[in-house]
Every structure is written in structure tokens, then in C-alpha cells.
Design a protein around this ligand. Structure first.
Ligand code: ZN
Ligand code: ZN
Length: 451
């Protein structure tokens, strides 16, 4: 098992020698990913090496323009490129909404050959959806180590105030200049760390999916992410101080998590129930006209909320489950539908049920899962035993000064309680939360979150 991750003389990330017998097809990323110091002046050379053309639209916002956009534009102009500048200016935070997307779209000319996004989440996603619609390649110049979406093929956007997801291209070139990234505000760094810490839960849930449902678990992807997360945990002080070393470790963890998506073609190693909780908070806050909390910071808090359920489950004695009682207390299909509409409200509730048709289990299937969990309880314990202690995660977040409670994210008790109950229902992806529910233990485990 293994893979070799290196950087060539040009600071380009190379992955080779993937050896894994998980049975999945492993694709090597075809994108050029550069990480290092002083990379901005080299952006034109990176673009030429990839042959993207010479006419581009450069997208930035009022913060990323002076930080990096201006210098990228100058480097391109000096090298003979034609650049149409699209700097999105807002009073407060820039949202990836129809107005921002429209500004980029109207900057694109018939002769435009590629786009350059200078920013983090919102700028990259606004550019991503335009690149995809116009069938143009794009380059991402990262400005903050705040999320793992640089390598993503999905753009979360806002349409009329409602969160939507559109599939889109991955950037052909990703440039992460640590000189720039280390100037990011501490809140964005905290957010990036939160997003990375969530990978522990994602990995444990993926392994549970393989134990209970025979899902294919990829050791190499699991290892890539685990190594990156452990390195991050061991260097929280450096990250807090935003040293070149610390910021490099953080952005590498975020990029490598994204790279596993390219290798196996899905996000199993990257996101699970902790992301479901974070997405739910975001969705509901927007739906009720409030500002959405930062993605990674929410994931970090949600990771802390999930953790004790894992620890508790490891000491559960599943042989004592009363299957007749579990069967008698099952929700009917109609009850589950009503619950989904309560938890997610009408539109999203129907959409989630439509997208996850297998999520209402027959009793036969539920019983099979319970019996599998009973028979393989030792393996489940081992998976949970691989998690570091809860205190390690909590201390890391405290050391960073990151939020550790839902209240700090602007999430009130009502929303928090609902999110803990409906996180398992957000998608089919298998999670410990699903297993707890299938074993009839949800009431006992979520007593602290009354509905
Ligand atoms: Zn994330
Ligand atoms: Zn594999």
C-alpha cells in the first residue's frame, strides 16, 4: 500500500506509485498543483506550460485584488498576455451569487481562452461555474488556506438567497503561494483547520460503511488524508503563528484531501456527517435570511459534536440490543416523510428524499445491518479506537482560538438540536449516526439535544 507524494524543481506536486488493492480504479490527478514561496511571478510560465492560451479574464474581489490579483495581472501583462480585469466589489462579504456570476460572465469576451480566479472559496466557485458554462479552462490562485474546495468539481452558489450546488470544472492549474496564504486572517486559517479535522470522522464513517455495507474503502486515500491530518495536529503552534511551515502543512492537508477525490472519484475521504451538520446550519441560516457561518469553522465545531458519539459507541454492547423492541419502534414511511419535511422544510426535504431513495430501510435490511454490527463489533471498536482522544482535537482548536461551540457559529439551540437528529438523513452515505439510529439507540445518544 502506498503512494509517493513529492514536489518537483518547479514546486509542482507529483503523486506517483499508487499501490492499492482496494479494487477501485485509481486515477492520478492531471491538474498542475503548485505549492511554495514566491510563486506569483511564475504564474505566466505555468499557464504557458499548460498551453491555455493568451487571452484571459482575471477574477478577484476587493480584498484579493491588492493582495495578489494586481501582481498576477502585472506578471501576465509583462509576459504578453491580454487580461480583462473583473474585480468584484461589495460593502461586506462577497457572496458567490447570481450578481457575482453575472459580473464574471459579462467580462468574458468571444476571444477569452481561460479564466484566472484569485481568491478562496467564493471567487473560485464563481469562476468555476462560469468556466464550466463557457467551456473554458481556469486557473486558481489561492489566497487563503480556508477550505478544501480548490480541487473541487462542485460549486456551492447562492441563487435568490438559496444555496445551490452546480457541478463544474476543477482548475487546470492551482497555485498556492505560501507568502500570500500566510497573510490570510486567522479566522480563515481556523476555518481551514476545522475542515481538515473533520477528515477523522469522514475516515471512520467510510470504514464503518465498509464493515456494515461492504463499501469499498481505499487504503491509499485513507492514508494520504490521515498522514496530512496528523502532521497538521502536530504543528498547530506553527499554524497559529502562520509561519511558512505551518501554512504549508495546512494547505497541503487541504489540497491532498481534494486530491483523494480525483484519485477515487468521490468525496468519501473528505466529508461525512460532520459536513452534513455544517451544510445543514448553512442551508437553514440562509433560508431564514441570516448570514451563513464559515464552512470550515462549522465543520470543526460539528466534528467536536460528533466525536463523543463515536467514543460512546465503542463501549456499547450490541449483543444486548432488543430487536423486537427496535422493530416495534421503527418509523413508518409516512412518519419518516413527515420528519424529513419538518427537519429540512418543504423544498429541501422533498429534494433530499428524491435524491436518496434508498434511505427508508425495510426491516429486513435494518435487521441485516444490526446483525452485521453485532457480528463485527470488534472491528467497529478498532475503527473508533484509531481516532485520537477528543481532548486532542478540542485542545488544538482552543490553541488556535477557533470556535468550539455551535453558539459561537450563530447556531441557536433549536437549530443545533435539529441538526444532530437530521444529519444522518441528509444523504445515503453511511455514517455512525445512521448505525446508531438503526440500532434503536438514537434517543439515548441524542438526549442532550431534545427536539
Ligand atoms: Zn469541507
Ligand atoms: Zn485504493
Amino acid at each position: 500500500m502506498g503512494a509517493t507524494i513529492r514536489y518537483d524543481a518547479d514546486s509542482r506536486l507529483t503523486i506517483s506509485g499508487i499501490q492499492c488493492d482496494c479494487g477501485l480504479t485509481h486515477n492520478l490527478p492531471t491538474q498542475d498543483i503548485y505549492v511554495g514561496q514566491g510563486l506569483l511571478p511564475r504564474v505566466p510560465a505555468y499557464i504557458r506550460a499548460r498551453g491555455l492560451g493568451t487571452h484571459c479574464v482575471l477574477v478577484a474581489d476587493q480584498n484579493t485584488w491588492p493582495l495578489a490579483g494586481e501582481r498576477v495581472e502585472k506578471a501576465l501583462l509583462d509576459d504578453g498576455f491580454t487580461v480583462v480585469r473583473c474585480v468584484i466589489r461589495r460593502d461586506g462579504v462577497m457572496d458567490p451569487d447570481e450578481r457575482a456570476c453575472g459580473e464574471v460572465l459579462l467580462s468574458i469576451q468571444p476571444e477569452t481562452e481561460f479564466l484566472v480566479a484569485v481568491g478562496s472559496g467564493s471567487i473560485t466557485d464563481t469562476t468555476r461555474v462560469n468556466a464550466t458554462r463557457c467551456k473554458l479552462p481556469f486557473v486558481s490562485v489561492g489566497t487563503a488556506p480556508s477550505m478544501d474546495g480548490y480541487t473541487s468539481v462542485v460549486a456551492p452558489l447562492l441563487l435568490r438567497g438559496v444555496k445551490i450546488h452546480r457541478t463544474g470544472y476543477c482548475p487546470e492549474i492551482i497555485v498556492c503561494d505560501t507568502d500570500i496564504l500566510s497573510t490570510a486572517p486567522l479566522a480563515m486559517v481556523q476555518s481551514g483547520v476545522g475542515d481538515v479535522l473533520g477528515k477523522y470522522i469522514a475516515k471512520a464513517d467510510w470504514m464503518l460503511g465498509s464493515i456494515i455495507n461492504g463499501e469499498v474503502y481505499c487504503d491509499v486515500c485513507g492514508e494520504i488524508v490521515t498522514e496530512a491530518v496528523q502532521k497538521l495536529l502536530a504543528n498547530i503552534g506553527e499554524i497559529r503563528a502562520r509561519t511558512e511551515k505551518g501554512i504549508r502543512i495546512l494547505i497541503e492537508a487541504l489540497l491532498l484531501a481534494g486530491v483523494t477525490i480525483m484519485i477515487v472519484g468521490h468525496t468519501r475521504a473528505v466529508a461525512s456527517v460532520e459536513h452534513n451538520i455544517a451544510h445543514y446550519w448553512e442551508m437553514m441560516q440562509l433560508l431564514h435570511g441570516r448570514h451563513a457561518p464559515a464552512h470550515g469553522a462549522s465543520v470543526g465545531v460539528a466534528t467536536l459534536l460528533c466525536w463523543p458519539l463515536f467514543t460512546r459507541f465503542a463501549s456499547e454492547d450490541l449483543s444486548r440490543l432488543d430487536l423486537d423492541r427496535i422493530k416495534a419502534r421503527r418509523l413508518t414511511r409516512a412518519q419518516r416523510e413527515a420528519w424529513m419535511l419538518t427537519a429540512f422544510e418543504d423544498e429541501a426535504g422533498h429534494a433530499i428524499m428524491r435524491d436518496n431513495p434508498g434511505d427508508f430501510l425495510t426491516w429486513e435490511e435494518q435487521e441485516r445491518r444490526i446483525r452485521t454490527a453485532q457480528a463485527r463489533q470488534e472491528e467497529i471498536r478498532r475503527v473508533i479506537g484509531m481516532l485520537p482522544p477528543y481532548e486532542t482535537i478540542l485542545c488544538a482548536m482552543r490553541e488556535l482560538g477557533a470556535p468550539t461551540t455551535a453558539a459561537e457559529m450563530g447556531v441557536d439551540a433549536g437549530l443545533l438540536n435539529l441538526s444532530m437528529h437530521c444529519a444522518k438523513d441528509y444523504r445515503t452515505r453511511y455514517t455512525l449516526f445512521k448505525l446508531i439510529d438503526e440500532c434503536g439507540l438514537e434517543e439515548a445518544y441524542l438526549r442532550a439535544y431534545p427536539l
